[in-house]
Design a protein around this ligand. Structure first.
Ligand SMILES: [Mg+2]
Length: 388
């Protein structure tokens, strides 16, 4: 059957959420992140991008390029909240949704023609729904496969909609630069350009033996297939998800048992919530610790049963951290759950009834009032102290 894949990506997501929340920020150059001496830009609004500001740029540089830019702190909890609204809209539009990040997903709409007259009409409907409910614009690409759909969604940002039909794919790809090919980094691009390949069309028409010499057999096949618009990867739903994790780089290096505990508690809350949201339980818990010297340690343990309660995730993380016996300065901490056990919908919250009830209540409140509405007493105390 001919496949129909949608790639949906929010435009300047964090900045758009800020602009949707505060109408006085609309039309202004908004820079989310980049505050402080080590700050890095998370997202720049389209108004700020005109000055050359982009994500992953240092805040200092962004400030030089765009002195009138409005720098805002990153409000992850708020973005997650909007993201969960968006993903629940996705779920209404397709039973097969593969999340790629907080604001981006593939939707497989193959064989769903009874729901729309044309894929275009369906995409317009989806864009409208997202905008009405969140105030954020999305760009959509529709194509017979994931690679083309992702390329297409990126082509007319912001608020774009690009459809590539099977019979148009060669023509669509031909004039695009090779850097648009998935997996082609700066080094490979340079090597290909030296050999005279500049556009995707050049690769599509290339002698495969020459490509093999340049890139090795595996890469050559991959590239040639992409250049010809061939990509058989399936849209993998949550059920095929490999891990759920969260990590945070700290503005200032942290040190000491107490603060590490506090940080792991916050990470466990996020990971636990996300696991429960997705109906998953993780058997393997991993932590990541990056020191101020950029040395990264990862440690993991496998539990007899899958878990998704914050408390168990937190305790596992702390045990792993203690076993690591590192007492120096820390730049980043991460917590991940993987190796999922399959759970039936009814037994999503297994374990004793009391705990189950507690987490159901907590999640209910979070859903209604947002991630930050309820948190562990220990974290609340910390936040209050900070506020003083
Ligand atoms: Mg995006």
């Amino acid at each position: 059957m001919k496949r129909c894949i949608m790639h949906v990506d929010m435009d300047a997501f964090f900045a758009s959420v800020e602009q949707a929340d505060k109408p006085q920020l609309r039309g202004k150059p908004i820079i989310v992140g980049g505050i402080g001496t080590r700050g890095v830009v998370c997202t720049a609004s389209y108004e700020a991008r005109k000055y050359g500001v982009h994500s992953a740029m240092s805040g200092v540089k962004a400030h030089q390029l765009c002195p009138e830019g409005i720098f805002l702190p990153v409000r992850h909890a708020r973005y997650r909240e909007i993201s969960s609204v968006i993903f629940s809209i996705f779920a209404e539009f397709s039973p097969k949704v593969e999340p790629l990040s907080i604001d981006e997903a593939f939707l497989d709409i193959t064989g769903m023609e009874m729901l729309y007259s044309t894929p275009q009409e369906y995409a317009v409907k989806l864009k409208k729904r997202i905008f009405t409910q969140t105030g954020v614009h999305a760009s959509i690409g529709i194509a017979p496969n994931k690679f083309l759909a992702k390329l297409a969604s990126d082509l007319r940002k912001p608020d774009g909609l690009v459809i590539v039909k099977e019979e148009q794919k060669k023509e669509f790809l031909a004039e695009l630069p090779i850097s648009k090919l998935w997996g082609v980094g700066a080094k490979t691009a340079q090597r290909l350009q030296m050999a005279g390949y500049f556009k995707i069309g050049d690769i599509a028409a290339a002698d495969r033996a020459v490509l093999r010499c340049l890139l090795g057999t595996k890469n050559a096949i991959h590239l040639w297939q992409m250049a010809n618009g061939i990509d058989d990867r399936k849209v993998e739903c949550d059920r095929d998800l490999k891990s759920v994790g969260n990590e945070e780089t700290y503005e200032e290096d942290i040190q000491g048992q107490e603060i590490v505990q506090e940080k792991f508690l916050a990470l466990a809350e996020t990971v636990g919530w996300r696991l429960r949201e997705k109906g998953l339980k993780a058997k393997t818990i991993s932590i990541k610790v990056r020191t101020d010297k950029f040395i990264t340690y990862t440690r993991s343990c496998t539990l007899p049963e899958g878990v998704n309660f914050d408390k168990v995730l937190y305790e596992s993380a702390i045990n792993l951290f203690r076993a690591l016996a590192f007492s120096g300065k820390i730049r980043l901490l991460g917590l991940t759950g993987s190796n999922f056990s399959i759970i039936e919908e009814q037994s999503l919250f297994c374990g004793d009834g009391k705990q189950e009830k507690l987490y159901k209540t907590i999640d209910g409140i979070k859903k209604r009032f947002g991630m930050q509405s309820i948190t562990k007493a220990q974290l609340l105390k910390k936040n209050r102290d900070k506020g003083k």
